[in-house]
Write a protein of this length. Structure first.
Length: 544
């Protein structure tokens, strides 16, 4: 079982019994024991160890530029190796992990001791204490901005006006908060006191982006509730678990859309820092109708989280990809080493997001709140650009679909709507040119896959003996394009990528490097296809 995927553990993904046999009937015969796949196993057996050997050679102590890399390393705990602690996000989570674990324990202890109080009141109270400790006086800024969003949502205007004003308000806040450094006293008044009154983490603006998503969710769900004759209470039956899809799409009763409910939702402690994101409808339903906790499921999830965390720790002891890029040491390495450096940087990027997301999701699960899993597949188990973004930051993807993509018309204008969505995604992440370039490249790189689906529809071509191999060739190019876009957006930026590509293209054994890379990726894609078929044989059809 893939330790980095959770299909078998997420009850939202288990199909209804009546659909189980239908899904299984679509499965193709297994190829795991075919001669073709024995060849792919041989490729894996030879290639995977070499990937680590090449990356270790490029970033380890035997490299001539190691003196520059070593300055960015710290003493480690794994067999005396040095540890690459140079990634800012992972360093922050790693350094604060003990404190977060203590807060999690205190949160659950307080929940138990104060269980006689309404849950919304507890979430507001604990959230306020947590945010004051975290952001100091900046908590008042958050409170004021959230109240501003509530006032817009409840104005006696037309629904169209409220939607436009809410979106303009949210996007403007993201821009102004970035422009004025989180409305810091230094930026606004020239007073250098933010570190005194800013709490343990004065940079509150980093987390306000999630608050903005929650404010939009509250507003849109509230408007939907006003125009709907249906509400979630009419669908509740004793002893029946309502699915996530129903919880999200069915509005609560109008009386549930209050400022205290919005404040509790925005400041809900387990999900405040990084999500996963749930809609207001989903949150308020689970507050009023708690879903029974499955402690066996939670325990398994905790074990898998620990395995993921240890994987990251061991990886950053063996290989130092982030420190190598930040030190500029990749300028002196070979083409194959640069490729592995780029690959493992993306692995680190994936893991540094996976680990906090799973920690906070685990915290919410322990607290009785079910949230979507943000990453359903290992980064190295993706071959489709479109499917990759459905499974990467899945809760955010669901939010974008519900509040942006579908309201814009969805698949009626796929390319334009995709461009708008990724422009928003880049803007939401950070107001930086390289992220806009990343978003536009993603939109562009999805185009060949979209065109291929139109020209070679599966319902016509799937019975052809060469169809699977044609798809695999296209998937190899997809992977190359996705790696390029993500390297620009999250690893090195466009200038560094250009220099990397120049080094790769000038390597002396390029004639051997490119075919070898193609064969390895081709074998990997074929195994990915068969993994999907294995899931269908078990009755799971994730469609990505």
């Amino acid at each position: 079982m893939d330790l980095f995927s959770v299909e078998s553990l997420d009850d939202e993904l288990i199909p209804e019994n009546e659909k189980l046999q239908l899904i299984k009937s679509q499965a193709k015969p297994s190829r795991w024991k075919s001669y073709e796949f024995y060849f792919y196993y041989l490729v894996f057996l030879l290639a995977v160890p070499q990937m680590f050997i090449i990356a270790r050679r490029a970033t380890g102590p035997h490299n001539e530029t190691y003196m520059y890399i070593d300055q960015r390393l710290i003493d480690g705990w794994f067999f005396g190796m040095r540890f690459d602690n140079s990634d800012t996000q992972y360093r922050a989570f790693r350094g604060n992990f003990p404190a977060l674990a203590i807060v999690m324990a205190l949160h659950q202890a307080a929940r138990h001791l104060l269980k006689k109080y309404p849950r919304i009141s507890f979430d507001i109270g604990f959230g306020a204490v947590f945010l004051i400790a975290l952001h100091g006086i900046n908590f008042l800024k958050i409170l004021g901005l959230v109240y501003g969003g509530y006032c817009i949502a409840t104005r006696p205007w037309s629904h169209g006006t409220i939607k436009w004003v809410s979106w303009i308000y949210g996007l403007t806040l993201i821009f102004l908060i970035d422009w004025y450094d989180g409305f810091s006293f230094k930026a606004l008044f020239g007073l250098n006191i933010d570190h005194i009154v800013g709490g343990l983490l004065p940079s509150w603006a980093v987390h306000f982006n999630f608050a903005m998503l929650r404010m939009i969710s509250f507003t849109m769900d509230y408007l939907e509730a006003q125009s709907s004759s249906d509400d979630i209470e009419k669908k509740i039956k004793d002893g029946v678990h309502i699915s996530e899809k129903t919880r999200v799409s069915t509005p609560a009763q109008i009386k549930a859309y209050t400022f205290p409910a919005l404040l509790a939702y925005v400041t809900y402690t387990p999900l405040y820092i990084a999500g996963p994101i749930i809609t207001f409808n989903d949150y308020i339903y689970q507050i009023n109708h708690p879903i029974p906790r499955n402690w066996v499921h939670i325990a398994k999830y905790a074990v898998r989280y620990i395995v993921c965390h240890l994987t990251m720790e061991i990886l950053l002891h063996i290989i130092h990809p982030v420190a190598t890029v930040k030190a500029g040491a990749w300028l002196a390495i070979s083409g194959s080493e640069i490729l592995m450096l780029a690959y493992f940087n993306l692995v680190v990027t994936w893991l540094k997001l996976l680990i906090p997301w799973r920690f906070f999701r685990l915290w919410a699960m322990v607290d009785g709140i079910v949230t979507p899993e943000n990453m359903l597949r290992c980064m190295s188990n993706n071959y489709s650009a479109m499917a990759f973004w459905r499974s990467w930051h899945r809760s955010y993807n669901k939010w974008v679909l519900r509040y942006i993509y579908i309201p814009l018309g969805g698949s009626k204008n796929t390319l334009l709507n995709t461009l708008i969505v990724f422009t928003f995604v880049a803007f939401w992440h950070d107001v930086q040119l390289r992220l806009f370039i990343w978003g536009w490249l993603i939109s562009l790189f999805i185009l060949p896959e979209y065109i291929a689906h139109v020209i070679f529809p599966a319902k016509v071509w799937s019975k052809s003996p060469i169809y699977r191999h044609m798809c695999a060739v296209g998937s190899v190019f997809n992977i190359a394009l996705m790696m390029t876009a993500n390297t620009i957006g999250f690893v090195a930026g466009p200038d560094a990528l250009e220099s990397m590509l120049q080094t790769i293209s000038s390597t002396s054994n390029l004639y051997l490097l490119i075919p070898t890379l193609f064969v390895c990726l081709f074998a990997g894609v074929q195994v990915m296809y068969e993994v999907r078929e294995s899931e269908i044989r078990r009755g799971i059809n994730l469609r990505f």
